[in-house]
Design a binder for this molecule. Structure first.
Ligand code: CA
Ligand code: CA
Ligand code: CA
Length: 871
């Protein structure tokens, strides 16, 4: 016993010392209580270049306030400036250091960055084996970036000179010849130089050798010093509203070895313990539903034994309503989780939760709390995203009519938003020729303004599904296709959902008619208007592009200009996209019948034509692939009978699958046409699919129920039982009981899909999937989740919906009501994050048209269950 207690004492002592010093932990980052320093736990490898999520990062008292530590080629790097490739990463526990190799292929430039924990500081040192290449000498530097919203209005000192971080960027700039600017992503340019041939180069706010940041805010205070290099502090927001404050030292020319050394000391507040995050539904609770708060605790925190619910009475007085035990869930990534169940409180009223010294904002318990959860999305967010329309709300214009000049045929080209135009146009149009008739209908993709055809097909399908299942007659929006005018909150006698179906179909039918097949996307031709923030009608000049005019010159008749800003249609033919469109057109044609018969007829015509052509093309292409494979086998002299047999079997299976189409498509086709062959194809496929993976295929199986007999329902029962077990297993995986994504885009859509499926499983099999399961996703969306407890749905939620989103008004630190955030972005190795003071990380805060229309389905199904089934 004595030996053990001695051991314990020593252990505690060493823990106390290491709690103050930045020491590499088991997850390979530097840690002391209150401070985490990550060194390339997250690389610059996202789909969109610099996502402000990579390099050397500091999580300072729970908030990731510093990132982007790396060798960079600009004073204030933008999203599309080049980022380094990580060529190596070596963690050395013995020397308490991490070394990364960084490389710019474009300039054949390698460097090494070594970060070493030294007491309360880290040293960042840059080593070069070869001098900086001439082309970027004087441009390459060691950079690190500070989150503006956490530092603005706070004080700083450079070499003792007092200053304050600016709330808005107003620091000095110069311009330099474009030839001096390091190449940007794929050679695109983020800026329109207005014919000057010069780019803007921000000048430093301050320079020196000793920087003290935020002495007035201990949780944010950081010291940075360098004896061998000049520190330069910049405001990255000069060039781009999503820029950060940048600290930088230019690498010296012609030198090798250790060329720059910084010492960074993030202040650790002694004994700091993160405030508990009490997750609960900000929208509130119905009296009979389960009510469980999930409380996220610092791992150093000691859980309370109990928590309380207080009721705010009609006279303003506050009384304890309930006290209950706090139960342990356990650790999940970096925090510890406990739960507080107050389901027994059923009395309608205004309540708040008190846990230790932490008090939540108030919320309602009432029969009607969920009644309005989809209204902001359908009345505001969706109509604002109607393209090719003027959208008005009261005194405010959201945007004028965009893209009046229409869309040009994209020439063979690469692009910046994850798509491209192939070697040929696959159309009758010449590159840069106007394709008539495309500037009608359709919905903006997300925080950007392109029409992603695949998404828009999903969107129309989501609207049709909502329309056919829930029959919403809600009419709050005036839509005039003739005037190209939308007025919010002005009923016009037509159900809005029908008008949304019409609006989506108008663009997609125009694509099929004008192009002959579906475009992959209608998008920006130049990067400098892709990142547009402001009125969508001002993205282009509304005048046809005429290359015979000089840039910025307008023709005498005022109808064309020499500015190459027109949008492009990317038209590489994709038969499976055509097939999806054909399926959707069939359904749209039925939904629109009796409302817009002409459009219904056009949609049906295109459905039949595209269906036939896509089927032919797919089988042609599959035969070509098979023939090519056979040829290559022959050329390789392959005579392996087994592998040939296997290949033949696989080819036959593939042909069969293509003839049948996908299961979901067959079901949609049956729904749209009521032709029995599609239902037969569906039933041939569904059981094997369910045997393969219940969770992925149960939604499609449930969607078929309205068309099927009792035997089908019965045969499906054991799969629904399996699905219920799958739903429950999330209670073991994480404290919130929903699927939590760990990708580079937070998992909001997966959560919505999960929630929708649970709702439908409950609707058809209430004895297997009980009503209480449907609250898993509503709880998560409306505030019961990690990091903070704000509702992820803009403007929906009692006292505290999220305040900023990555909408097209993000530069105003605002939101578009009804938007659904992707939610909790996971940063390796153990950090979940959703900024609510910085909208610019799309992976956490951008709502998409497909995701938000999926929310309408979830919300409608959920409301129906809550309101129609009384316990
Ligand atoms: Ca887009
Ligand atoms: Ca209407
Ligand atoms: Ca134009």
């Amino acid at each position: 016993m004595r030996t053990l207690s001695l051991f314990t004492t020593v252990f505690i002592l060493s823990a106390a010392v290491s709690a103050q010093n930045l020491q590499l932990n088991d997850l390979d980052y530097f840690e002391c209580q209150g401070v985490n320093v990550l060194v390339f736990s997250n690389n610059f490898n996202g789909g969109f270049n610099d996502e402000k999520n990579s390099g050397i990062e500091i999580i300072h008292h729970g908030v990731r306030t510093v990132q982007g530590g790396a060798i960079r080629l600009n004073n204030t790097p933008e999203q599309w400036d080049l980022v380094p490739k990580t060529t190596s990463r070596r963690v050395d526990k013995a020397s308490n250091s991490i070394e990364v190799g960084l490389r710019y292929d474009d300039y054949n430039f390698d460097s090494r960055v070594v970060v070493t924990g030294k007491g309360k500081s880290v040293e960042i040192a840059v080593y070069l084996d070869q001098p900086v290449p001439d082309a970027i000498a004087g441009e390459a530097g060691l950079n690190i970036e500070f989150l503006p919203s956490q530092y603005w209005l706070k004080a700083f000192q450079m070499d003792g000179r007092l200053n304050r971080f600016p709330r808005y960027a107003t620091s000095a700039t110069i311009t330099r010849p474009n030839s001096e600017k390091p190449r940007q992503f794929k050679g695109f340019k983020t800026y329109d130089d207005r014919g000057t041939g010069r780019f803007i180069d921000p000048q430093p706010i301050e320079t020196g050798h000793q920087l003290l940041i935020a002495p007035d805010a201990p949780e944010r205070m950081i010291k940075v010093s360098s004896t061998d290099a000049e520190l330069q502090l910049y405001d990255g927001r000069i060039l781009a509203q999503n820029g950060w404050y940048v600290l930088r030292s230019v690498l010296p020319k012609g030198k090798t070895g250790k060329v720059v050394t910084w010492t960074i000391e993030p202040h650790a507040v002694p004994g700091w313990i993160r405030e508990p995050n009490i997750g609960f539904s900000q929208v509130g609770y119905t009296p009979d539903q389960p009510k469980v708060a999930v409380i996220e605790l610092d791992k150093q925190d000691t859980p309370q034994q109990s928590a309380s619910l207080y009721c705010i009475h009609d006279d303003g007085s506050i009384r304890a309503a309930y006290q209950g035990a706090v139960t342990t869930w356990g650790p999940y990534y970096k925090y510890n989780y406990v739960k507080f169940d107050f389901s027994t409180v059923r009395e309608p009223g205004v309540y708040y939760i008190q846990y230790g010294n932490t008090k939540t904002n108030n919320f309602l318990i009432d029969e009607h709390v969920y009644d309005k959860i989809t209204d902001a999305t359908t009345d505001v967010w969706i109509p604002i995203h109607m393209n090719h329309m003027y959208v008005n709300e009261g005194y405010r214009t959201w945007h004028g009519e965009p893209f009046k000049e229409g869309y040009l045929q994209a020439p063979p080209s690469d692009h910046f938003d994850l798509h491209s135009q192939g070697q040929t146009t696959d159309t009758k149009y010449k590159p840069l020729e106007l394709i008539p008739g495309l500037n009608i209908g359709g919905f903006f993709d997300a925080g950007d303004f392109d029409i992603e055809t695949g998404s828009n097909i999903n969107v129309v399908q989501n609207f049709i599904r909502t329309w056919e299942i829930f029959k919403p007659q809600r009419d709050e929006t005036f839509v005039s296709q003739k005037q190209r005018y939308v007025d919010l909150h002005r009923p016009d006698g037509v159900a809005d959902m029908l008008q949304f179906i019409e609006h989506g179909t108008l663009n997609l039918v125009a694509q099929a008619e004008q192009i002959g097949h579906m475009a992959s996307t209608l998008s920006n031709s130049v990067l400098d208007n892709y990142h547009h923030l402001g009125d969508a009608a001002s993205i282009t000049d509304g005048l046809h592009y005429d290359p015979s005019l000089k840039p910025y010159e307008v023709s005498a008749d005022g109808k064309s200009s020499g500015t190459p800003d027109d949008m492009w249609a990317f038209t590489t033919r994709n038969p499976s996209l055509d097939f999806r469109a054909a399926t959707m057109f069939a359904a749209a044609s039925r939904a629109l019948e009796g409302y817009n018969d002409d459009l219904a007829r056009r949609a049906l015509t295109q459905s039949k034509r595209l269906m036939q052509e896509a089927t032919d093309l797919m089988s042609q292409r599959s035969n070509q692939v098979n023939d090519a494979q056979d040829d290559s086998n022959w050329l390789n002299g392959s005579n392996d009978n087994n592998s040939n047999n296997r290949r033949q079997r696989a080819n036959t299976n593939r042909r069969n699958r293509q003839q049948l189409g996908s299961m979901a498509t067959n079901l949609q086709l049956y729904g749209a046409t009521h032709e029995k062959k599609y239902l037969d194809h569906f039933t041939q496929q569904i059981w094997e699919a369910l045997d393969r993976n219940v969770a992925n295929n149960i939604q499609t199986a449930l969607d078929a129920i309205p068309y099927m007999d009792e035997a089908y329902r019965k045969r499906l029962r054991p799969y629904v039982e399996q699905y219920e077990a799958y739903v429950k297993h999330f209670d073991e995986l994480n404290p919130y009981g929903v699927p939590i994504g760990l990708g580079n885009w937070a998992g909001g859509n997966a959560v919505l899909n999960f929630g929708t499926t649970v709702c439908f499983a409950h609707l058809y099999y209430p004895d297997i999937v009980p009503k209480q399961e449907v609250y898993r996703v509503s709880n998560w969306l409306y505030g019961c989740h990690p990091y903070h407890n704000y509702s992820f749905v803009a403007a929906v939620g009692a006292a505290r919906p999220k305040q900023v989103f990555y909408g097209n008004n993000r530069a105003d630190f605002s939101f578009i009501p009804g938007n659904v955030a992707p939610g909790l972005l996971f940063r390796q190795p153990d950090h979940f994050e959703n900024y609510d003071d910085w909208p610019f990380l799309w992976g956490q805060n951008e709502g998409t048209i497909a995701g938000n229309t999926q929310y309408v389905i979830f919300g409608s199904a959920f409301k129906n269950i809550v309101n129609n089934e009384k316990d």
